[in-house]
Write a protein of this length. Sequence first.
Lengths: 172, 172
Amino acid sequence: MAPYSNTIEELHTQVIHEFSKTLEMFALTPTEARLFVTLYLHGEPMTLDEMSKALGKSKTAMSNGIKSLLDLNLVESVWKKGVRKDLYRADENLYRQFMTSYIQKWLDAANRQAHSLKQIESSIKKEVKQIEEPADMEKIEELHERLGEMIRFHRLITDNFKAMKPTAKDLV
Amino acid sequence: MAPYSNTIEELHTQVIHEFSKTLEMFALTPTEARLFVTLYLHGEPMTLDEMSKALGKSKTAMSNGIKSLLDLNLVESVWKKGVRKDLYRADENLYRQFMTSYIQKWLDAANRQAHSLKQIESSIKKEVKQIEEPADMEKIEELHERLGEMIRFHRLITDNFKAMKPTAKDLV
DNA sequence: AATTTTGTACAGAATAAACTGTACGTTATT
DNA sequence: AATAACGTACAGTTTATTCTGTACAAAATT
């Protein structure tokens, strides 16, 4: 090997390492991120054993990681005639896939949590009617007001992320 | 206390618990999130000792948590005449503050990582010149192509998050 | 100047997360 | 039908994170 140069393997490793950091920002664990990037760089669908070998981790770990990535719709399983093992492939369109997955995660969570807060809000409304202490009344009205801010916060988040959804023009 | 109703304290706790989950989506740890929500609900600036008591955790933990929140610009220190201890307050404008902080985090990270990838790209370009094996050439061109996709990915992310920055109309 | 108070660095303990290897149910091959 | 191969559930181990209590430096009070 020539001096002052990197082998292809080293460059490969560097790319995986760096790009994994980016994917971790999409709330992937380091393992999930490395697994995805490995699949993405490999191009061809891979089996659990191949991933296990490529990352130097157990097959169980691969199985768990793939399960997470499947749940996030970042990876899909592939059927190939004559191949008995399960094959998995990373989607080619990084941007669309990650944005869609990430935004959906946000929307789901924001909706769920806004719902919980609204339930608490109705509890508060009931509670208000039973309060006689002026001090308590002041406290709970303060809480109610803040709760309103939180619910408004969820609405703004939801609107914003909805607007972020990749459109047809991002498909290319 | 009346049956089938919640005490103010219980409602308070529920709100903290639920809204913390939302804030964890902004890449806050559970502790950071609870700390922020506690400050936010309290309204008035709090000392480390008050937080410690409110959350039932050590003062060291509070000190660390506040440090993180300060770094994220989600909390600010407050000076009050006659009060010797440090006081901290959560910003009132949840949406603007969290969005701004979060987007900045994304932009910083995306820029940093795009920069790293571009450096690797230049290594690849150098390496290409020294390759004689056709097989290696094919491999490294494949890698180069994928790397291009990754860099493009960073650009799309950056553009998207820049567009998300809260504007003046969100100030209210 | 001496004493007290406050915030944080540090080391060790407690808690949580990730990983491994075996075991087992299921499905394909012979 | 018997055998072999595959994927995953599970329990135990390893690794990483979070938390606590003491110790100490900086600053205010006496």
